[in-house]
Write a protein that binds this ligand. Sequence first.
Ligand SMILES: [Zn+2]
Length: 144
Amino acid sequence: MTESAEEVWARIVGAKRQEIGGECPECAGVAPERIVWEDEFWILSYTDGPAEMAASLLLQTREHTRVGQLDDEIASQFGRISNRLTRIIENLPETSYVDVSRYGAHRGHFHVWFFAPFAPGTNTPADLHAIATKLANWGGDARA
Ligand SMILES: [Zn+2]
């Protein structure tokens, strides 16, 4: 099943469960063409990121929530997805390791960055299709 960019956009925005004051910049800013992988609860997208990175990925909830307010099921999903994603990225020939970072406590969505510097002696961007399809082995949909 292939969705148009407009359908993906409508689904992402439509998935939000609670309003926060005013327009949410993350809901407004999710670019469908940047989505690498997604499922019912999560969106993994790529960003331009720092120049020395083979991959700069952002994992965020569809729901408006924040760390410390995740229910146990979402928190468990986060642990599983993060563990798989890190393992997948660190096994790519383009990357050396992954830094997992959370910034921006006041943004509307729980979101965590995965920054993967280039492997020594390389400057090839990480294979987003490989990341997407491997992550989709546990569910969700590969978009890259
Ligand atoms: Zn939002």
